[in-house]
Design a protein around this ligand. Structure first.
Ligand code: KIV
Ligand code: ZN
Length: 506
C-alpha cells in the first residue's frame, strides 16, 4: 500500500489512555500492550510522557528496546527539559505540544500569544536538530483563535516540523466544524494533519472521521476509547468505520482488535461497557426472536459487520424476547437436540423465567433443557468438585485448597487471596487456567433474602482463549460454596460446548 492510500493510526493508549483517571501501568504492562499494538498494526505507538516519572522513562525505553515495527513516539512540552527526557529514551519521534487557546495561555501558561509562538518555534527547532520525526500539537486547537492557530502551524512548518496535530482537547468540536477546520488548516500548511479528539460529548469518533473526510491523514486513538475524562476516539470504532463505512484503508489487522481490547481492560482495570461498539459484550449478542431468526438466516440482517472481522464470536442470549429459532440454535451450540415438543416446552419455560424478570443464563437454559429432556445431571459433568477447605480469620491469610476431577483425573491446588471467596476461586482457576485455559471474566454477588443467613446468589461469566463464553449462577447460604459451584458450572459449560460442538479432546 502506498502511504497516501491509508490513514495512519497513531495509538496513544499508553500515553493519553494511561491518563484515564485511576489508571497507572507498570513499564512491563506497557511493554505487553505495545507488543500487541504492534501485532495489531498501528503506525505509531505513543509510549509515554517521559518527563513525568522514572517509571515512565523506563516504560518508553523498554518499548524502544523491543525493536517493534511501529514508530515509537514520546510526548514532550516544547521545553528543552521535556524534549531531552524524550530524546534520552531513544524514540524516533517526539510529539511536542503547547497550548494556543487564550483560555490556556491566560489561565494556565500565563503567556502572551507571541511568547507561545516563540516557544513553539524553539521547541520544534530543538527537537528537529536531533534528527527525530516531530509532530507538533497546538493544545486546545479547537478553542484557539483561527488566525493565531494558522500562524503557529505555519511557523512550525517553517522550522521543520514533519506533521501537525489538531487536538480537540476538551471535546467541544462538532463533525461539521471539524470538517471546516481541517479544510482551513490544509489551506494554511502543507504538512500532513493528525487529529486528536476527546469524547466529552460522545463525538470523538464522529469528529475524527469528519476531519479525515476533510483531508486529515492520521488519527490519534486509544484502545477501548480510554483517555483523559471521557476518553479519546476509540481505535476500534475509528478503524472499523473507516474500513466499513468510508471505504478507507488502515494497516490495522482488525482480527486482533478483541484480543487487545481485553488485555487493555485487564491491565488498566477499566471494564468495557456491555453496549460499547465493536468490543462490548453485547456488540454481537442477540436475544429477540425476530433478530435471531434473521441472524440465523443471514447474519447481515442484523449485523453490520461479521464478529470474526474483529476477532469475536456471535452470542445468542436466551430470554423472554427469544423465539424457538434462537433457543434451538443456542441449544445446538451447547450440544442439546430437543424434539419439536421439547423445544416448545423449553421456550415456554425460558419466557416464563424472563417474565419474572430473570436473566436466563446458559446454566439456566441447560438446567431447563436437562429437566425437559430428562437428562441426568451427572452425564454432563466434565469437571467436578471433590473437596474444598477454606481457612480464614483476623490474623490469618485466607487460604483455600480444592480437589477437582477434570476429565477423569484428580487435581489439587491451594491459593491465598484477599478473602475466602477470592482464595477458593483462585485455587480453582489455578487448575482450570493451566489445563483448560478458562478464565473468570465476571463475578457478581447479591443477597436474595435478608439477614445473616441470607441466600446469596452468585452469577459468573467465564471465557476461554477461543472466545467461548458461558455464564452460570448458583445460590446458597454459604457464599464460598455458591461461588465455587457457579464457577465449576460455568467451566463445565465451556468444556461441554468445546467437546460437543468442536469435537475436541480436552
Ligand atoms: O488532548 C490534548 O490536547 C493532548 C495533547 C497533549 C495533544 O493530549
Ligand atoms: Zn488528549
Amino acid at each position: 500500500m502506498s502511504s497516501e492510500d491509508y490513514i495512519k493510526i497513531f495509538d496513544t493508549t499508553l500515553r493519553d489512555g494511561e491518563q484515564t483517571p485511576g489508571v497507572s501501568l507498570t513499564p512491563e504492562d506497557k511493554l505487553e500492550i505495545a507488543r500487541l499494538l504492534d501485532k495489531l498494526g498501528v503506525d505509531t505507538i505513543e509510549a509515554g510522557f517521559p518527563i513525568v516519572s522514572k517509571g515512565e522513562i523506563e516504560g518508553v525505553k523498554l518499548i524502544v528496546k523491543e525493536g517493534l515495527k511501529a514508530e515509537i513516539c514520546a510526548l514532550a512540552r516544547v521545553d528543552k527539559r521535556d524534549i531531552d527526557a524524550a530524546l534520552g529514551c531513544g524514540v524516533g519521534c517526539i510529539h511536542v505540544f503547547i497550548a494556543t487557546s487564550d483560555i490556556h495561555l491566560k489561565y494556565k501558561l500565563k503567556l502572551t500569544r507571541e511568547q507561545a509562538l516563540q516557544k513553539a518555534i524553539e521547541g520544534v527547532e530543538y527537537a528537529k536538530s536531533h534528527g527525530v520525526q516531530v509532530e507538533f500539537s497546538a493544545e486546545d486547537a479547537t478553542r484557539s483563535d483561527l488566525d493565531f492557530l494558522k500562524q503557529v502551524y505555519r511557523a512550525v512548518e517553517r522550522v521543520g516540523a514533519d506533521r501537525i496535530d489538531i487536538p480537540d482537547t476538551v471535546g467541544i468540536i462538532t463533525p461539521m466544524k471539524m470538517y471546516q477546520l481541517v479544510g482551513e488548516i490544509k489551506e494554511a500548511v502543507r504538512l500532513p494533519i493528525s487529529l486528536h479528539c476527546h469524547d466529552d460529548f460522545g463525538m470523538a469518533v464522529a469528529n475524527t472521521l469528519a476531519g479525515i473526510e476533510a483531508g486529515a491523514v492520521r488519527a490519534h486513538v486509544t484502545i477501548n476509547g480510554l483517555g483523559e475524562r471521557a476518553g479519546n476516539a476509540a481505535l476500534e470504532e475509528v478503524v472499523m468505520a473507516l474500513h466499513s463505512l468510508y471505504g478507507r484503508k488502515t494497516r490495522i489487522n482488525t482480527q486482533q482488535i478483541y484480543e487487545i481490547s481485553k488485555l487493555v481492560s485487564e491491565l488498566t482495570g477499566v471494564t468495557v461497557q456491555a453496549n460499547k461498539a465493536i468490543v462490548g459484550d453485547n456488540a454481537f449478542s442477540h436475544e429477540s426472536g425476530i433478530h435471531v431468526h434473521g441472524i440465523l438466516s443471514t447474519p447481515l440482517t442484523y449485523e453490520p459487520i461479521m464478529p470474526e472481522m474483529v476477532g469475536r464470536k456471535r452470542w445468542l442470549q436466551a430470554g423472554k424476547h427469544a423465539g424457538g429459532h434462537g433457543i434451538a440454535a443456542k441449544l445446538e451450540e451447547m450440544g442439546w437436540q430437543p424434539t419439536k415438543d421439547q423445544l416448545k416446552e423449553i421456550v415456554e419455560r425460558v419466557k416464563d423465567l424472563g417474565d419474572k424478570g430473570k436473566a436466563v443464563t446458559d446454566t439456566d437454559l441447560s438446567a431447563i433443557s436437562r429437566f425437559v429432556m430428562r437428562k441426568s445431571a451427572e452425564e454432563e459433568k466434565i469437571i467436578d468438585l471433590v473437596d474444598l477447605a477454606v481457612v480464614t480469620g483476623i490474623k490469618v491469610v485466607p487460604t483455600a485448597s480444592v480437589k477437582i476431577i477434570l476429565d477423569g483425573k484428580e487435581y489439587v491446588a491451594a491459593e491465598t487471596g484477599v478473602g475466602p471467596v477470592d482464595s477458593a476461586v483462585k485455587a480453582i482457576q489455578n487448575i482450570t487456567d493451566r489445563l483448560a485455559n478458562i478464565k473468570l471474566k465476571e463475578y457478581r454477588l447479591s443477597a436474595i433474602t435478608g439477614g445473616s443467613d441470607a441466600l446469596a446468589e452468585v452469577i459468573i461469566k467465564v471465557e476461554d482463549k477461543d472466545g467461548n463464553v458461558a455464564s452460570a449462577r448458583a445460590a446458597g447460604e454459604d457464599v464460598v460454596i455458591a461461588s465455587v459451584e457457579a464457577l465449576i458450572d460455568g467451566i463445565n459449560k465451556i468444556l461441554i460446548k468445546r467437546k460437543r460442538s468442536q469435537n475436541l479432546v480436552i
